[in-house]
Design a protein around this ligand. Structure first.
Ligand code: AHR
Length: 511
């Protein structure tokens, strides 16, 4: 072969290599269409949770002696961040602390309230943030209150009295006590949970036997519903233990509106991608539980009038009462002090996609918790900051629609590091109010992805991309430092392919 032939061969090889590489760059097609039957997406899947747990409430959202607080003792910097989450529900006051918390410790003049040891989590609670402060906080951030009652050291009567304090309208003792302490109008607290993780032996769960829990819950439910028949009740269930769910629902299904699940995910040290597998496992359990709940018809028949309160109205739904990211990379006692990385944010966005896709089954979910403890927000005496996980909570809430959309995916790549995990996680919703269709795509891989959206017969006039990124998957935010998270909003070409940045959270907004 002479020199020029060699050169030509080399040139042709390079051309072929280049062409091969380009044809190899995978393009994923996502086809969006309307589902045959409309499925509503409840805004309540964007709830939050606070508990008497170290600096979750006091030192988190509430700090009386801080120059950063208002006249109520609410930390204004944290309040602004809570408001920006636009959370529709705030669950309170626990959590495991509900094994020992007595609500009457938290009403009346603050200086007269008893300080008590927090036997579950340690420290002392001065009870200066009690029911009235909680309701005021809910009103400030525009959230519905959701209260958990004490089924450990508490009684059914104590729980019913709490319902009367909040919702009573008559001339009766606890309704009058609320008036005496400054609030004439009832608080109308709709959501009430019958205990918290009652099966957990380690947490002094007194009712670990499901039959015992069901029996006690009936008694609580009865007194609470006799006090206010309009309240919605939540009963403790388990995503995987049907030997708990079966007897509990066999007894309580006529009167409870939601089953309450808790699910935290994290990475195990030997598997850096297990966080995604844990989410997928939970997703499958929600499908199974949704099917399981079908056995309880929406209309309860033959409910004896001698119960003296009405049965449940409508189908039983799932509330993921506590969810979040919690693993042994978090610091502090019980690993509750988490400094979330960008990977935690990618997992949070994937989790939110699950709640969108499961909209038919899941109608409430509460991120646990709001400030400091497993918090979306970190606060100390000097200031506060949004953690990485805050941004998907904020932006998905901002863009989520009220109707679920169907989608099909062609050529989904897998993570290079773990071929059991899909590189992208997707959901889609439509908003009837503003005619906006949003596709939520989490690119969990460290490679750019090319995506083609096919909107079938849906007409579109404009499209844009909200893109959230961080320098790498270990990036995190800290108080007093600039945020590591970049949020870009850019216009998209109609019908063109979309490039999704490595390790990015994306919302494609189509009008
Ligand atoms: O959110 C922290 C704890 O996690 C809660 O107190 C408990 O309900 C759950 O196990």
């Amino acid at each position: 072969m002479n020199i020029s032939l060699k050169k030509i061969t080399l040139f042709l090889t390079l051309v072929l290599l280049f062409a091969f590489q380009n044809s190899y760059a995978q393009e994923t097609t996502i086809t969006i269409s309307k589902p045959e039957q409309a499925v509503e997406v409840s805004p309540n899947i964007y709830g939050q949770f606070i508990e008497y747990l170290r600096n979750s409430i006091t030192g988190g959202i509430f700090q009386e002696d801080s120059p950063l607080s208002d006249e109520n003792g609410f930390r204004t910097d944290v309040l602004e961040k809570m408001k920006a989450l636009n959370t529709p529900v705030l669950r309170y006051p626990g959590g495991t602390v509900m094994k020992i918390y007595h609500w009457e410790d938290g009403i009346g003049p603050r200086e007269e309230r008893p300080a008590r040891r927090n036997l579950i989590w340690g420290g002392v609670e001065d009870n200066h943030f009690g029911t009235d402060e909680y309701i005021k906080y809910c009103r400030e951030i525009g959230a519905e209150p959701y209260i958990v009652v004490n089924m450990g050291t508490g009684t059914a009567e104590e729980a019913a009295n709490w319902v009367e304090y909040c919702n009573g309208t008559g001339n009766t003792y606890y309704a009058n006590l609320r008036r005496k302490y400054g609030t004439e109008e009832p608080y109308n607290v709709k959501f009430w949970s019958l205990g918290n993780e009652e099966a957990a032996r380690e947490d002094a769960g007194r009712l670990q036997d499901p039959e015992k829990y069901a029996e006690e819950s009936w008694y609580y439910a009865k007194l609470m519903k006799l006090t206010d028949p309009t309240i919605k009740l939540f009963v403790v269930a388990d995503p995987f233990k049907f030997d708990w769910n079966d007897p509990v629902l066999a007894s309580l299904s006529p009167i409870v509106d939601y089953i309450s699940l808790h699910w935290y995910v994290g990475n195990s040290p030997d598997d850096p991608y297990s966080i995604y597998k844990n989410i997928t496992r939970f997703d499958a359990s929600l499908t199974e539980l949704g099917d399981y709940l079908q056995q309880f018809p929406a209309k309860v028949e033959n409910f004896s009038k001698w119960y003296r309160f009405p049965p449940r109205k409508g189908a039983i739904k799932i509330s993921v009462d506590e969810w979040g990211i919690w693993d042994n990379t978090c610091g502090g006692q019980y690993n509750l002090d988490c400094e979330y990385t960008w990977k935690s944010a990618l997992a949070t966005a994937s989790f939110l996609n699950v709640f969108h896709r499961q909209a038919e089954n899941v109608t409430m979910a509460n991120w646990a918790q709001s400030a400091n403890i497993l918090g979306a927000i970190l606060a100390n005496d000097e200031g506060s900051v949004e953690q990485t996980v805050y941004y998907p909570l904020q932006y998905f809430r901002k863009y989520v629609g009220d109707q679920l959309m169907k989608f099909e995916v062609e050529d989904m790549p897998l993570l290079a590091e773990d071929q059991t995990i899909e590189a992208m996680d997707i959901s889609a919703t439509y908003n009837n109010d503003n005619d906006e269709l949003c596709v939520f795509v989490v690119n969990r891989s460290d490679e750019e992805q090319t995506v083609k959206l096919d909107f079938a017969d849906i007409k579109m006039s404009t499209a844009s991309l909200v893109e959230m990124t961080a320098p790498n998957e270990n990036s995190r935010n800290a108080i007093g430092e600039e945020s590591v998270v970049s949020i870009d909003e850019k216009p998209l070409k109609k019908n063109g392919a979309i490039k999704l940045a490595p390790l990015s959270i994306n919302i494609v907004v189509v009008r």
